[in-house]
Design a protein around this ligand. Structure first.
Ligand SMILES: [Zn+2]
Length: 218
């Protein structure tokens, strides 16, 4: 089983590890910092043993990496893993912005239901089942989110059940939130959060989230 170092230290950008299995272009490794799409957060980009990773995917608790054709790696080979940190850090900032927006939406709109979420490098989005124009809530959500960012609170991330690989995050404001994504250390790293209402459908509302480089606490 791959040890997920991206949980222990989500700020690590390089790691020495070894190949554990090889199946054509697909390999697994002993330890990893390379996140694979889960919970709406996109996969990292980067290399293993100087070979570009084309695809990272979860198979149960395992993570399988598809490398460029002809990697030539064998089980036991020592390899250096690298990730595109600019991309990962942006994903982490957008991910946590989305976490806060979601918790605030739950606080203020009691019967609202999340029906989807996606975090890409340029923006995040959350889809809700909700019969009203959600942008009416934006001033409140944006103001409270700004307060949380400016307070630069510590974000606790830990296992709720290590064997089952169940994780949570917690800040002062909210109850524990289950999530297996990679989280920032402090809320101040997020920067300024902007919200837009996008592609509303019947009974469905989408919030699009972007963050600006204007970070009050960095
Ligand atoms: Zn999360």
């Amino acid at each position: 089983m791959t040890r997920k170092v991206f949980w222990e230290d989500p700020y690590l950008t390089e790691l020495e590890t070894h190949v554990t299995t090889v199946n054509g272009d697909d390999i697994t490794v002993g330890e990893t910092i390379f996140y694979a799409l889960a919970g709406g957060q996109e996969s990292d980009q980067g290399t293993i043993g100087n070979h570009r990773v084309l695809l990272a995917r979860k198979e149960g608790k395992e993570i399988v990496y598809t490398l460029e054709d002809g990697h030539g790696l064998k089980p036991g080979a020592q390899v250096r893993m690298t990730i595109d940190w600019e991309r990962r850090y942006k994903l982490m900032r957008l991910h946590f912005a989305a976490e806060i927006v979601l918790e605030l939406a739950y606080q203020h709109l009691h019967s609202i239901k999340k029906i989807g979420a996606h975090i890409a490098q340029d923006k995040a989005r959350i889809d809700f089942e909700w019969g009203e124009n959600i942008s009416k809530m934006f001033p409140v959500i944006q103001e409270e989110a700004r307060r949380i960012v400016e307070a630069n609170q510590e974000i606790i991330s830990a296992f709720s059940n290590e064997d089952a690989e169940e994780r949570y995050w917690e800040i002062g404001e909210f109850a524990r939130v289950p999530c297996g994504g990679t989280h920032l250390r402090r809320t101040g790293e997020i920067g300024e959060i902007e919200l837009k209402r996008k592609n509303p459908g019947k009974g469905k509302e989408r919030i699009e989230i972007t963050v600006s480089e204007n970070r009050p606490c960095s």
